[in-house]
Write a protein that binds this ligand. Structure first.
Ligand code: F6P
Length: 371
């Protein structure tokens, strides 16, 4: 019997998190008469006891607000956590501390709004007996079992607008423009923004590229009097037989920060093509700002469905979108086991319809065997 639930936003922030929080709080209070406790900064607040009750007044006006009123953290893993307040000198397993904190707050169940990392942790907590339901968010759209994640549409919108703007200046100056977009393991943002923004080349982690092919595209376009080329490159893209580029690395997963592929490509391409080559890194602009209507509605539907799932007695699951909500026949929310999400990121399938369409339109993926 649930009377009180906790909620947290784990991992990197994404536009639509606040819309999801609003949906969780309103559904819990208005439909079920439960109380809701929000924990700050992802799992960190749930370990250290930084939680506060969230009422209807706390979520007023949140639908349109980017970021998360609770704060987020992509470093707080309860199974490998270190904090001076806990007297730690090195990271250790604090999952029991987290469970004790939730008990202290009299929380019967937890809603985790997070990406692959936070939801994998949710799975492990569920194996320890915690009643938990996950909600998928990440601009990367790489959570297994759901077609769409909260934040992706806004990030694609921002990235597409950037590509549109770069088109006009690239054309004026006859330049090759490399636009580095987020996406560590999966090229969803690069693919969608690349197609929507009319990129000539899309480079994704799923399809290691060759420099020669990018040079060939630039030359082919010049032969057709197109003296500029737009390349959309995911931060996790890598050359065939080579490695991805990191801004920094370290012993823990969150120490690894992708970044630098566009600058590396700029240096490598410059001596090989007659045009000037410039790199633009879009970075956290993709994570900030007001969520699009699609993200607001997705977050509302998923946040509300998570509370309904708990009320039905579902545990250890994530609410997921079956396919794109383009019409009544294709709109559906399902529950999938968190164990499935924990199997790793969802990559772009190479036979994805958008990959096929891009190829048909002559967009290059930097593959040696194209044409
Ligand atoms: O997972 C979301 C994401 O934005 C990735 O695309 C990116 O690599 C990472 O987070 C950046 O994290 P941080 O803000 O900690 O640098």
């Amino acid at each position: 019997m649930i009377r009180r639930i906790g909620v947290l936003t784990g991992g990197g922030d994404a536009p639509g998190l606040n819309s999801a929080l609003r949906a969780v709080v309103k559904t819990a209070i208005l439909r079920y008469g439960w109380t809701v406790v929000g924990f700050e900064d992802g799992y960190e607040g749930a370990i250290l006891g930084r939680g506060r009750e969230l009422g209807l007044d706390d979520v007023r006006g949140l639908l349109v607000r980017g970021g998360t009123i609770l704060g987020a953290s992509n470093r707080a893993d309860p199974f490998w956590f270190q904090h001076p307040e806990l007297g730690d000198t090195e990271p250790r397993d604090h999952s029991a501390t987290l469970l004790a904190t939730l008990e202290r707050f009299a929380v019967d169940a937890l809603v985790v709004i997070g990406g692959e990392g936070s939801l994998t942790i949710a799975h492990r907590l569920s194996q320890l007996g915690l009643a938990v339901v996950g909600v998928p968010k990440t601009i990367d759209n790489d959570v297994r079992g759901t077609a769409w994640t909260i934040g992706f549409d806004t990030a694609v919108t921002t990235a597409t607008e950037a590509l549109d703007r770069l088109h006009t200046t690239a054309e004026s100056h006859h330049r090759v423009m490399l636009v580095e977009l987020m996406g560590r393991d999966a090229g969803w943002i690069a693919l969608h923004a690349g197609v929507a923004g009319g990129a000539d080349v899309i480079l994704m982690p799923e399809l290691p590229f060759t420099l020669e092919r990018i040079v060939a595209v630039v030359e082919r376009r010049r032969a057709r009097s197109r003296h500029f080329t737009i390349v959309a490159v995911a931060e996790g893209a890598r050359p065939a037989g080579g490695e991805a580029v990191f801004e920094r690395t370290g012993p823990l997963p969150y120490h690894r920060k992708y970044g630098g592929i566009s600058v590396m490509l700029q240096q490598q391409l410059t001596p090989l093509v007659p045009s000037e080559v410039r790199a633009v890194v879009l970075g956290h602009l993709q994570r900030g700002g007001t969520p699009t209507p699609a993200d607001r509605t997705l977050a509302t539907a998923l946040g509300s469905a998570a509370v309904d799932a708990l009320a039905r007695g579902e545990r250890g699951v994530m609410v997921a979108v079956r396919s794109h909500p383009t019409g009544r026949a294709t709109w559906g929310i399902v529950q999938i086991p968190l164990a499935e999400v924990a199997r790793g990121p969802r990559l772009v399938p190479l036979d994805h319809p958008l990959v096929e369409a891009a190829r048909a339109l002559g967009i290059s993926f930097g593959q040696a065997d194209e044409e």
